[in-house]
Design a protein around this ligand. Structure first.
Ligand code: FEO
Length: 168
């Protein structure tokens, strides 16, 4: 059985993962409006992975005999000045999620809840990968400085992204 505190905090994280899906769907829509369909695909795939993260929290809360309680999801930003700005916002958001996961790990350790601690390890690793992949795209965007040919190539590359097998 989960403690009331962990039940509340895991439900908050479930909300954050749903909000993440909402943000990335909004970024995907922004890229569609800019005719950058590879970037849009990358963001759409990211949103699907966030839904999978939300589902993992949903399942875990239920499996531990606690109650899933859905709350309102915040309205996401809808416009960005550039692809670089959108990805910089994505990185800030992932850093926020990483801090949130780390906080959950701390609570699980304080409460000596080993099952929750083990469950969260997947997310600790996932956050390292998520920050790294967004950082990689930011670095490429900075290098190319809006050169149309390079942006076109990156758009094609991002259009190849497939959903991670652990998240499908
Ligand atoms: Fe579910 Fe992007 O963290």
């Amino acid at each position: 059985m989960l403690s009331k505190k962990l039940e509340k905090e895991l439900n908050k994280q479930l909300n954050k993962e749903l909000f993440s899906a909402y943000i990335y769907t909004s970024m995907s829509a922004y890229f569609v409006s800019e005719n950058m369909l590879g970037f849009a695909h990358w963001m759409h795939t990211q949103a699907q992975e966030e839904m999978s993260h939300a589902q993992k929290f949903y399942n875990f809360i239920n499996e531990r005999g606690a109650r899933v309680t859905l709350e309102q999801i915040d309205k996401p930003q809808t416009e960005w000045q550039s692809s670089l700005q959108a990805f910089e916002d994505a990185l800030k958001h992932e850093e926020f999620i990483t801090a949130s996961i780390n906080n959950l790990v701390n609570i699980a350790l304080e409460e000596k809840d080993h099952a929750t601690h083990i469950f969260l390890q997947w997310f600790v690793t996932e956050q390292v990968e998520e920050e790294a992949s967004v950082n990689d795209i930011i670095n490429k965007l900075k290098l190319m400085k809006d050169a149309p040919g390079a942006l076109f190539m990156l758009d094609r590359e991002l259009g190849q992204r497939q959903i991670d097998s652990e998240e499908a």
